[in-house]
Write a protein that binds this ligand. Structure first.
Ligand code: TRP
Length: 447
């Protein structure tokens, strides 16, 4: 049997999983979703779902991954055999990885483009209208966003082809803490802008009357997206976790860190957006217009802006790596391709779908389906349907299909770890998580 790689250390799993979790989901998608879904009302549902359902689902994926030591498709085969339908969950995850990576790299490309703009000092002295025009002319430019997207994909492929240990761990360990520091600096700046308090009350004062099926499913989808759960990315990472590592404390740490970064992003974006007169519902442009405006107001803004975009590109890269890793682990193990060939194949297929997502931002582009641009379609199909569905079956699998003793054995590393709440965790996986996902899923369908 061939030797599978493992993460090198306990810090390695936390950092690699955090690297997967932290990314555009926190800094770009979270403010967009919170802005579109009533601010505080969204935040409160998000916190409940991420902390409760998110942690239990993350643990369930780790349990499946470490127990089977396999990619999401092979994992269900290893634990269940080929006959019953569970392997479909693995396939669904791999399809999901392609679809997410395709539209994720659109925005990843923008971050690369904005890094270029930051370096070339394109924001200094520009007013809001000019910054808004910069965003729309960049995203609808005939070739620039495509070149940026392809460059980003290529960068991802190079790291993934080199393997988990060198590639993923090394990057995440050093740079993620640095991102946190710069975000705190940005929060302070944003909070001291005139009119910031309006943004704070938008983000932190929940208007409970705004909570409806749409807000619930958006929060669920956002928490799955942000934590990289519901499609097997963490089954894949779980398969690299060592036998002695504590999965419970690792997942709690990652969920807390991810939630913290999302909240920090909200504290940066909303006060500043209200202060500059940018609407919280502005969607795609919200983050890419608010941030340059904030940097412009800061002493040393050029420098901070540059570092911020360097770190954002890297945070994004550790997320695209985890998505491509799902595809590569599945194709190397299921189709017996080499890592390099698998990385190239995965990248080419993603690039084709991804180009359509990027092109769909052009005005008059024919890439509209049901009144939605192709980019938004990929985003909502994955976050609102495929990931909740995948997540539901993953928790059902661990809670109902696996033997209780096996699940607890994984949680406690064969009984060597003293985890007082192991039974509570098990019952949260068995009852709370599936019920919560189902209720939210159905409440949206009924609306
Ligand atoms: N969680 C990442 C973010 O917030 C994106 C991501 C990486 C992801 N891997 C994933 C999302 C797997 C869903 C599934 O930016």
């Amino acid at each position: 049997m061939k030797q599978r790689e493992n993460f090198g250390s306990k810090l390695g799993i936390i950092m690699a999983t955090a690297g997967s979790a932290l990314g555009l989901g926190n800094i770009y998608r979270f403010p967009c979703e919170a802005g579109a879904n009533g601010g505080g009302a969204f935040l409160i549902v998000y916190l409940a779902v991420a902390l409760l359902v998110g942690t239990t689902l993350m643990l369930s994926e780790f349990i499946i991954g470490r127990r089977s030591r396999s990619n999401p498709i092979g994992a269900f085969r290893a634990l269940e055999g080929k006959k019953n339908g569970w392997m479909a969950i693995g396939w669904l995850g791999v399809v999901c990885a392609f679809l997410i990576l395709a539209f994720y790299t659109t925005v990843a490309g923008w971050t690369l483009g904005y890094l270029g703009k930051a370096a070339a000092n394109h924001f200094e002295g520009q007013d809001l209208a000019q910054i808004q025009v910069q965003f729309s002319s960049f995203t609808t430019h005939p070739w620039l966003p495509i070149v940026c997207q392809l460059a980003f994909l290529a960068l991802t492929a190079v790291v993934v082809a080199r393997g988990v240990k060198d590639g993923i761990e090394k990057w995440s360990k050093i740079l993620m803490p640095l991102l946190l520091v710069i975000m705190v600096v940005l929060c302070i700046k944003s909070l001291t802008l005139p009119g910031a308090s309006q943004g704070m009350s938008f983000f932190f004062k929940p208007d409970f009357s705004k909570i409806n099926g749409d807000v619930l499913i958006s929060a669920l989808g956002q928490s799955f997206f942000s934590l990289s759960i519901g499609m097997g990315a963490l089954i894949t990472y779980g398969s690299y976790i060592g036998a002695k590592d504590n999965m419970v404390s690792s997942s709690v740490s990652v969920v807390l860190a991810d939630t913290l970064v999302a909240i920090l992003a909200g504290i940066i974006i909303f006060p500043a957006a209200f202060s500059f007169g940018i609407k919280p519902e502005a969607g795609a442009s919200l983050v890419f217009t608010t941030l340059p405006m904030v940097f412009q107001q800061m002493t040393g803004g050029y420098f901070f802006c540059l570092i911020f975009f360097v770190l954002l590109v890297i945070a994004t890269l550790t997320s695209t790596i985890s998505l491509l890793e799902v595809i590569v682990a599945a194709t190397t193990e299921e189709m017996h391709l080499s890592r390099t060939k698998a990385a190239i194949l995965g990248t080419v297929v993603t690039a084709v779908i991804g180009l359509l997502a990027t092109l769909s931002f052009r005005t008059g582009s024919p890439l509209h389906i049901n009144g939605k641009i192709f980019f938004d379609l990929l985003d909502s199909v994955t976050a609102l349907y495929l990931m909740p569905l995948g997540g539901l079956f993953i928790v059902l699998f661990v809670g109902w299909r696996m033997k209780k003793a096996d699940a607890i054995d994984e949680l406690t590393n064969g009984g060597t770890l003293r985890i007082g709440i192991r039974k509570v965790i098990y019952y949260l996986i068995r009852y709370m998580a599936p019920v919560a996902i189902l209720v939210i899923f159905i409440s949206q369908l009924l609306q």
